[in-house]
Design a protein around this ligand. Structure first.
Ligand SMILES: *[C@@H]1O[C@H](CO)[C@@H](O)[C@H](O)[C@H]1NC(C)=O
Ligand SMILES: *[C@@H]1O[C@H](CO)[C@@H](O)[C@H](O)[C@H]1NC(C)=O
Ligand SMILES: *[C@@H]1O[C@H](CO)[C@@H](O)[C@H](O)[C@H]1NC(C)=O
Ligand SMILES: *[C@@H]1O[C@H](CO)[C@@H](O)[C@H](O)[C@H]1NC(C)=O
Length: 214
């Protein structure tokens, strides 16, 4: 299904001129995110918790039955604070962390501010109940990387899949087994051992939601 959405995105959806579509708001979410880079075959799976009002995301890499991740994927535990433009790389065992600049607030967790509505379409059947999934597609650009994204959300505004294309990667993101609640709010708090941590200013890399887990 994620590949189907990606295929639609990669075919190059145009922006709808009938711009009467309101960007909707994501629900609270706890679930699993699967990411794959089509250019180099890298795959990674992480458990996530997202608070759409506070715009905070926790992601921790985790095995997922039936999904083979690539060798290169590291064990990562990340807390992304989109409004503050920073993220924490957390090592709970060592009670240590690093704080770094997050160069874009775009993620697969919501229709990004500034996204343009493209099209509403149904995967599978539109007429047979339970045999189709109707999705609205939104697209836009990540200024810092010049990458483009295409995000598909359900009629209830649950984001399910995002395709991100830059000149070095084609990343497909899929959301799996999502529950519309924040099961453990503590996960969205900066751990006490990270408080007072200074932003790493020597780090020259560009960090976005789409490259952090690889
Ligand atoms: C979403 O989670 C936040 C933080 O835990 C909570 O304050 C809010 O009431 C939740 N919203 C809904 C609709 O459940
Ligand atoms: C996986 O990682 C191990 C240890 O780092 C390495 O020896 C092996 O060649 C890697 N395999 C692949 C398929 O990359
Ligand atoms: C804890 O930190 C030390 C020093 O930075 C590092 O060598 C070690 O691998 C870390 N342990 C874990 C479990 O990550
Ligand atoms: C990607 O495109 C940007 C902007 O066009 C350019 O500055 C950058 O060098 C390109 N990177 C690669 C890896 O081609």
């Amino acid at each position: 299904m994620f590949a189907v959405v990606a295929a639609l995105c990669l075919m190059g959806l145009s922006t709808s001129l009938a711009d009467h579509h309101q960007a909707c708001h994501s629900p609270n979410m706890t679930g699993t995110v699967a990411m794959s880079d089509l250019r180099n075959g890298a795959k990674v799976v992480a458990e996530f918790v997202y608070d759409p009002l506070a715009r905070k995301l926790r992601m921790k890499t985790a095995p997922w039955p039936g999904f083979v991740t690539t060798n290169s994927s590291r064990n990562l535990d990340l807390l992304l604070l989109f409004d503050q433009g920073v993220f924490y790389e957390i090592d709970s065992k060592n009670q240590s962390c690093e704080k770094k600049v997050l160069h874009s607030a775009v993620s697969s967790m919501e229709v990004p501010p500034g996204a343009s509505f493209s099209v509403k379409t149904t995967l599978g059947s539109e007429t047979v109940a339970g045999e189709g999934l109707t999705l609205s597609m939104w697209k836009g650009t990540v200024p810092k990387t010049q990458g483009t994204y295409c995000t598909a959300v359900t009629e209830g505004c649950m984001p399910v899949s995002t395709t991100y294309t830059s000149n070095s990667s084609i990343i497909i993101v899929g959301h799996i087994q999502v529950e519309t609640e924040i099961k453990d709010p503590e996960k969205l708090c900066v751990p006490s051992f990270c408080e007072g941590e200074e932003v790493d200013t020597h780090d020259g890399s560009t960090h976005t939601f789409f490259n952090l887990l690889f």
